[in-house]
Write a protein that binds this ligand. Structure first.
Ligand code: BJW
Length: 250
């Protein structure tokens, strides 16, 4: 692993533009559950019951209860060393670093990441489920413990829903455009994602097609490993600080 780390560090040192795509593995050490894998959310909950528009239509109270539980859990978590390194890189003056995340927790933001691109929305925001024009714009929603009334849209009083991207839903066009632009980079680094959910998983290939060096940090192999120039198998919260130290040491 030392050799791979040194190779990646030298690529990063030479890069003018770096894009990092993060997934749930980056927040795992903070105590936020991942989706897949032995302890993942999808082991105990079925996505089709909780993370689709039809699930919400069928039982909005159940879906809100699940999101309220996850909010409570994330509220007690703190950014870890991986978030902190990426936040520092995002402020680098000499290299332009974009962080694109699939995570709906706010740990990258709490770590101070600049210009964060959030592909799957935010656990802490809501939007109108009834589709009113004003309620399409997400608002901050602090309702963590559900009382007797489900959250409502402040514009039309329709049902409000979590402002996250469920299966079968389109991602926000502006976020996708920003991520696509960020895929034009010298190094594209994928960290802590199973790389199976699209369109997020497709950006590495786009970056590769535009000539980027592709690197991956994960505990295990993923579908992205085969086309990566280098794969580093280790925990993001260990590997990123080690890389950072190598970069600082020059
Ligand atoms: C560590 C670690 C440590 C652990 N250090 N590593 C093209 C091909 C095939 C399918 C599709 C396609 N285009 C669209 C689809 C359908 C679908 C899709 O991709 N399905 C696949 C599952 C097959 N995509 C969609 O539906 C998307 N919409 C869309 O494309 O719209 C256009 C359209 C519309 C209508 C019809 C057709 C197309 C939307 C996807 C939305 C995903 N939403 C979720 C839930 C968000 C809300 C919520 O949180 O409740 O997003 S699902 C879930 O998966 C969540 C995550 O962001 C996402 C990715 O998961 P992630 O981050 O990779 O986590 P894990 O758990 O999977 O992996 C963790 C990894 O970390 C593991 O690899 C570990 O090893 C590693 N790890 N600890 C380093 N310490």
């Amino acid at each position: 692993m030392q050799e791979e780390l040194r190779t990646l560090a030298s690529r990063l040192r030479a890069a003018r533009t770096v894009t990092v795509m993060t997934g749930a593995g980056v927040s795992a050490a903070s105590g936020v559950p991942t989706f897949r894998g032995p302890e993942g959310l999808w082991r105990s909950f079925r996505p089709e019951d909780l993370a689709t528009p039809s699930a919400f239509e069928r039982d909005p109270a159940l879906v809100w209860e699940w999101y309220a539980w996850r909010r409570q859990r994330v509220a007690s978590c703190r950014p870890n060393a991986a978030h902190e390194v990426l936040a520092r890189w995002s402020h680098d003056e000499s290299t332009q670093v974009h962080v694109v995340t699939q995570n709906v927790d706010d740990l990258h933001l709490r770590a101070g990441t600049r210009g964060l691109i959030r592909l799957h929305g935010s656990l802490w925001e809501a939007k109108c489920f009834d589709g009113c024009a004003a309620g399409a714009r997400a608002w901050r929603d602090e309702t963590v413990t559900l009382t007797n009334r489900l959250p409502r849209c402040p514009h039309c009083d329709g049902l409000a829903r979590p402002a996250v991207v469920w299966f079968g839903e389109s991602l926000d066009a502006t976020d996708v455009a920003r991520a696509a632009e960020a895929a034009s980079c010298d190094v594209f680094l994928t960290v802590g994602t199973s790389a199976i959910v699209y369109p997020a998983a497709g950006f590495a290939r786009i970056a590769r097609g535009r000539g980027a060096y592709i690197a991956e940090i994960n505990l295990e192999q993923t579908p992205a490993s085969a086309s990566a120039d280098v794969s580093i198998f280790g925990a993001a919260e260990d590997v990123l600080p080690t890389l950072d130290r190598l970069l600082v040491a020059g």
